[in-house]
Write a protein that binds this ligand. Structure first.
Ligand code: PRP
Ligand code: GUN
Length: 186
């Protein structure tokens, strides 16, 4: 089911006019290339499950996969708690992993670690399914003191101020995901 692109959604153009550009495409591509090298070193030849958290991680995951030279096995989950809004609520699972995770190393790939509820729930689910190790890979992490306990990125690209961000996969009321840069609302 697609989140309704509400007719009354606030204007993306107005949001862009009231935002700061934080990271442009070239910067993000450089950061992701570095992450790929670090992940290759950590995997040391092991074939991991590359588990993308849809929808937000779609663009990051595509770039990251091309930056990792070790072969990986793709799967995805769809878990959402913002559902196109700018503040989070209960996590809803729309798709669980299909690849058996027992005994596997999982690269859990998401666009943003904000309060951490999403990645914590998906990480714990992977461990319940028997994954031997879950490495959390996030393009960005927001800086604040609301992070839930027991979660941190093993690989993080960039750090963000405590502002609502969009672009490079992340939405502003289900808009702006294909902007090739990260913006923050003022
Ligand atoms: O750390 P948290 O506070 O849990 O927030 C992070 C999550 O929020 C976004 O997902 P969202 O629920 O907006 O769904 P989406 O991926 O479809 O945008 C993002 O993709 C992360 O998965
Ligand atoms: N688009 C977007 N999704 C989020 N999920 C958690 N925090 C954010 C954010 O700042 N922007």
């Amino acid at each position: 089911m697609t989140a309704p692109a509400a007719k009354a959604a606030p204007s993306l153009r107005a949001a862009l006019a009231d935002s700061d550009l934080l990271f442009d495409r070239a910067t993000l591509e450089g950061v992701i290339a570095d992450m790929g090298r670090q992940i290759d070193a950590a995997l040391d030849g092991e074939r991991a499950v590359f588990l993308t958290v849809m929808n937000g991680a779609l663009i990051f995951a595509g770039h990251l996969a091309l930056a990792i030279r070790t072969d990986v096995e793709f799967d995805y989950v769809h878990a959402t708690r913002y559902r196109g809004a700018t503040s989070g609520s209960e996590l809803t699972w729309l798709r669980e992993p299909m690849v058996p995770l027992e005994g596997r190393t999982v690269l859990l790939v998401d666009d943003i670690l904000d309060e951490g509820h999403t990645l914590k729930a998906v990480r714990d689910d992977c461990l319940r399914r028997g994954a031997k190790k879950v490495l959390i890979v996030s393009l960005c992490t927001k800086q604040h003191d609301r992070l839930v306990e027991g979660i941190a990125a093993d690989f993080n690209g960039v750090e963000l101020p405590d502002r609502y961000v969009f672009g490079f996969g992340m939405d502003y009321y289900e808009q702006g995901r294909n902007l090739p840069a990260i913006y923050a609302l003022k």
